[in-house]
Design a protein around this ligand. Structure first.
Ligand code: HEC
Length: 339
């Protein structure tokens, strides 16, 4: 424990977060399991182990997080520096512990699970994982947006990861927009953990059939979308200040959202004809509506600004996490609102 390499501490599985934390201690590269069965005496060296060792900062102070594939991490790794505990296999799993399947409109959080040579499994922290397939959409600046950055839907299912610097990314969350036209569609998801690759197949389930009454309950009562988007989802009206003055320097209107003034509205989401509202706009789909609300982007990949809440992983309080069915219900209700 004295060679000046960072001590790698594997957080035990459960939280799914924060695999790699480096202490200031020096070590010989031993992978230490906190609260686990203790380091076994296995000595086999895998590529993963070599990468772990090489990624550690020589001064023992910096966590080897975020190492990208092909960054030459294995160069310079001391040949004899492998710890006694090694990673023997990796798998991509649903963070919900559910089967790897999702319908259009689902946001499915994924994680990479490592199996160690003593049989213990731990979750790799997202900081060490790079999701390589399907492609990651980089959300556009809401104040300087260009053409759509989203993939076109087609015969194959459409899904992506999202990096959203404006709202905070949800690394490893797979957003499924469209099922495609195949009879049993699947999507291959792939990741690298340091230098090692892993992939898995996500089954794309049939589209959900929305229940407008249930959607109305969600919109009006459970999720309070109406508070900003209006009781019929007609959008937030522009407000006039008490003295009639226009507050913005450029003379633009102000919108009051839950008592706060914003220079942009919560747009109309219903199906009012000729309104340009979301559900009346053919460029939006049910799957895109659900993905947009959860990935904090619009249907061109432009980041949605605060105070639009972030709905991915939102819990209805009864242990139920919002899913494609809830968004199908919401969308079905939006289609019934035409004023
Ligand atoms: C606290 C206010 C607020 C609440 C509550 C809210 N939103 Fe929003 N929403 C906004 C704002 C503001 C925008 C526009 C953001 C922007 O222009 O960057 C928005 C945008 C959207 C968009 C994108 C619309 C478009 O045309 O680009 C969707 C979809 C959406 N909201 C759905 C919902 C749903 C569904 C709910 C309830 C589950 C909800 N919102 C609740 C404020 C809110």
């Amino acid at each position: 424990m004295n060679r000046g390499a960072a001590l790698l501490v594997l957080a035990i599985a459960g939280s799914g977060a924060g695999l790699l934390a480096a202490s200031g201690c020096s070590s010989d590269g031993t992978v230490l399991l906190l609260g686990g069965a203790g380091a076994a005496d296995a000595t086999a060296t895998t590529d993963v182990t070599a990468s772990l060792d090489a990624g550690a900062a020589p001064d023992g102070t910096t966590a080897p997080t975020g190492a990208a594939p092909g960054d030459g991490a294995s160069e310079g790794a001391p040949a004899d520096d492998a710890g006694p505990l090694t990673v023997t296999s990796m798998a991509i799993l649903s963070a919900y512990g559910t089967p790897l399947q999702a319908a259009a409109g689902d946001a499915l959080p994924l994680l990479v699970q490592l199996t160690l040579s003593n049989g213990v499994t731990v979750n790799a922290g997202q900081t060490g994982v790079v999701w390589v397939a399907p492609a990651t959409v980089v959300a556009q600046d809401p104040y300087d947006a260009g053409a759509s950055v989203l993939p076109e839907t087609g015969a194959q299912p459409t899904a992506f990861f999202v990096q959203n610097a404006w709202r905070g990314s949800k690394p490893g969350t797979l957003f499924v927009v469209d099922r495609g036209t195949g009879s049993s569609p699947e999507i291959t998801v792939a990741a690298t953990y340091l230098d090692a690759g892993v992939s898995a197949t996500v089954t794309i389930l049939p589209d959900r059939v929305g229940d407008a009454a249930a959607g109305g309950q969600l919109f009006q009562r459970a999720l309070l979308c109406y508070g900003c988007h209006g009781p019929t989802a007609g959008g937030s009206p522009a407000e006039t200040l008490p003295d009639g003055a226009v507050a913005l320097a450029d003379g633009g209107p102000l919108f009051l959202l839950w008592g706060q003034a914003y220079p942009y509205p919560a747009p109309g989401l219903n199906a009012a004809p000729d309104s340009g509202h979301l559900a009346a706009d053919r460029a939006w789909t049910e799957g895109m509506f659900a993905v947009g609300a959860q990935a904090d982007i619009d249907n061109h990949g432009v980041a949605l600004r605060s105070p639009m809440p972030q709905w991915a992983g939102a819990n209805l309080g009864n242990g139920h996490t919002l899913d494609a069915q809830d968004f199908a219900d919401l969308y079905a209700w939006l289609l019934t609102q035409t004023q």
